[in-house]
Design a protein around this ligand. Structure first.
Ligand SMILES: [Fe+2]
Ligand SMILES: [Fe+2]
Length: 201
């Protein structure tokens, strides 16, 4: 199976999946928070897209889907007797979002936020795939199937956010060039963080 999905410029270290399956409790708690953050970030972007009304509905639909994912992971936590607790530190997303450029409320910033969101979805997709494979190898078929479902959704969300960035960007070539730049940044962040038992490690 391909190690890299979509636009990603670096692969997750192989030790990540082994560590993640050992601490699936921590991964699931982090996963729940990631889904909640994905929902609130899609809603926040919808609220800032006053000059791009065509992207409001797709962002609200995305937020609704991410909220449904949150409820699904929350149900899994409850089934396992785990508590949601406070959000774990997310150095990965914080580092990536520090690279978003442009004045608040402007087109450049919206394009960057959408592209950063697409990269986060792509990374989540890659990691859900690794997790599903590791769980499958241990004979934990139900848990593997749980993550396969999320993997497929994140792949679709990657496409949605990338397309919305192209829709609001001034120039397709410029947006794609910026995407390539941010993908390099994301790849470096992925390599510098690494292997902790969290969705983005
Ligand atoms: Fe999701
Ligand atoms: Fe997503």
């Amino acid at each position: 199976m391909d190690r890299l999905v979509f636009c990603l410029t670096s692969a997750t270290v192989p030790s990540w999946a082994a560590r993640a399956v050992e601490r699936l409790d921590l991964v699931l708690i982090d996963h729940a928070h990631c889904e909640m953050k994905a929902a609130s970030s899609a809603l926040a972007l919808a609220g800032r897209a006053v000059w791009a009304p065509s992207i409001v509905r797709p962002l609200v639909a995305l937020a609704q889907e991410e909220l449904a994912h949150f409820e699904q992971v929350l149900a899994e936590l409850e089934r396992r007797g785990l508590e949601l607790g406070a959000p774990p530190v997310d150095d990965y997303a914080a580092a990536l979002l520090r690279n978003v450029k442009g004045p608040k409320g402007g087109r450049e910033r919206m394009v960057d936020r959408l592209l950063a969101g697409a990269l986060i979805e792509a990374r989540s997709c890659e990691r859900f795939k690794l997790l599903a494979e590791a769980l499958q190898a241990r004979g934990e078929h139900d848990s593997a199937a749980f993550f396969v479902g999320f993997m497929a959704s994140e792949a679709r969300h990657y496409g949605v956010l990338r397309q919305l960035a192209l829709d609001v960007g001034e120039d397709e070539a410029k947006t794609l060039a910026r995407f390539a730049e941010l993908a390099e940044v994301e790849g470096a962040i992925n390599e510098s963080l690494g292997a902790g038992p969290a969705i983005h490690g």
